[in-house]
Design a protein around this ligand. Structure first.
Ligand code: FE
Length: 194
C-alpha cells in the first residue's frame, strides 16, 4: 500500500499529530470542538427544522418537497448537505437512515455521525434486519408499521422528520425542538412526550 492510499483516518491522525507537535493545534481544544459539533451544534439544527415543520404546515410541505432549500431557509447548509432528502415518519411508515458504504450523514442538520452509525455491524445489519437492530437500540415498532431503510450515497443525504408526540399541542416551537433527539432524526428512536 503506497502512502497516498493510507486510510483517511490514519492520514488524519498523522496530520493532527504533526499540527499538535508543531504547536499549531491544541488537542484539548480540538477534542472539544469535535465533541461540540458531534453532540450539540449539529442535532440542535435538525431539531429546529423538525419543530418548524411540526408547527408550520407550509414549511413542512416545502421541506418534504425540497429538503435542501427548506433547510437552508433556517441558515443550515454546507458540506455534506448539498442534497438533503427529508423522509416523513407517519403512523404507517417508519424511515431509518444508513450509509452501507461508509458514513455519509447530513452534517448541516445533525453534525458529525455517532460511532454506532459508522459501525460495520449497524451498516450491514440494519438493511437485512431493521426491526432486530431497532429493537436492540430500544425501539420496538408495531407489526403493521412499514419500516423503510434508506441507504445514503455520495450524492444524497437523508434526514428523518419524526412524528410529533401526542400531548404537545400547547408547546412552543422552541419547546418542541428541545424534545427532538439526534437518534429520532436518523430514525432509530421516536420523539418522546415531555
Ligand atoms: Fe457514506
Amino acid at each position: 500500500m503506497s502512502e497516498e492510499h493510507l486510510p483517511i483516518q490514519l492520514r488524519t491522525e498523522a496530520l493532527e499529530q504533526l499540527l499538535v507537535e508543531a504547536g499549531l493545534v491544541d488537542p484539548t481544544v480540538m477534542d472539544k470542538f469535535i465533541s461540540t459539533y458531534a453532540n450539540d451544534v449539529g442535532p440542535l439544527n435538525g431539531a429546529k427544522v423538525v419543530a418548524k415543520a411540526w408547527t408550520d404546515p407550509a414549511y413542512k410541505e416545502r421541506l418534504l418537497a425540497e429538503g435542501t432549500s427548506a433547510i437552508a431557509e433556517l441558515g443550515f447548509k454546507g458540506p455534506q448537505g448539498e442534497h438533503i432528502v427529508v423522509l416523513e415518519n407517519t403512523d404507517d411508515v417508519h424511515n431509518v437512515v444508513v450509509c452501507t458504504l461508509c458514513s455519509c450523514y447530513p452534517w448541516p442538520v445533525l453534525g458529525l455521525p455517532p460511532s454506532w452509525y459508522k459501525d460495520p455491524a449497524y451498516r450491514s445489519r440494519v438493511v437485512r434486519e431493521p426491526r432486530a437492530v431497532l429493537h436492540e437500540m430500544g425501539l420496538d415498532l408495531a407489526a403493521d408499521v412499514d419500516v423503510k431503510v434508506w441507504d445514503s450515497s455520495s450524492e444524497v443525504r437523508f434526514f428523518v422528520l419524526p412524528q410529533r408526540p401526542a400531548g404537545t399541542e400547547s408547546l412552543s416551537e422552541e419547546e418542541l425542538s428541545g424534545l427532538v433527539t439526534r437518534d429520532a432524526m436518523v430514525g432509530v428512536a421516536l420523539v418522546g412526550a415531555p
